[in-house]
Design a protein around this ligand. Structure first.
Ligand code: ZN
Length: 116
C-alpha cells in the first residue's frame, strides 16, 4: 500500500504505517518504521534450568528498508538482540495460535498463575 507521498515528512515509498521523518535521512533507501506499541508482560527468563518471572514490556514495531520486505519485531526495547523478527503473515499465524493456546491454558489456571 502506498503511504503519504505528499506528506512533507515522508518519502514517496513510505508505507501507510511509517512514522519516520525522512527529511534528514542519508542518501539511499530509507528505513520505514511504525509507531512502537508497548505491551506489559510477565516474561519467563530462563535461569538455572527454570523460568524466573520478570515484569517487563515488549515493544512491537513494523520496519521496512526501502521497498523491501516488511518485518514485525517483537522484543524488549533494551535488548535488541532478543527480538523475534517475523513476516506480517507469520506474525498473524503466531498471534492466532498463541491466542488459542492462551485461551486453553487460562481455562486451566492454577493458584500459581498470574493474571496478566
Ligand atoms: Zn517512511
Amino acid at each position: 500500500m502506498r503511504g503519504h507521498p505528499h506528506h512533507p515528512l515522508h518519502d514517496a515509498t513510505c508505507p501507510s504505517w511509517c512514522v519516520v521523518d525522512h527529511r534528514h535521512d542519508d542518501p539511499g533507501e530509507p528505513w520505514h518504521d511504525s509507531a512502537t506499541t508497548f505491551v506489559p508482560v510477565l516474561l519467563g527468563v530462563r535461569s538455572d534450568g527454570a523460568e524466573r518471572p520478570v515484569d517487563t514490556e515488549l515493544a512491537l514495531v513494523a520496519t521496512r528498508h526501502g521497498t523491501g520486505r516488511t518485518w514485525l519485531l517483537v522484543g524488549e526495547p533494551e535488548r535488541s538482540g532478543q527480538h523475534l523478527v517475523l513476516s506480517p503473515e507469520s506474525a498473524a499465524r503466531v498471534a492466532s495460535a498463541l491466542s488459542g493456546l492462551a485461551a486453553a491454558t487460562l481455562g486451566t489456571a492454577t493458584d500459581e498463575s498470574v493474571e496478566r
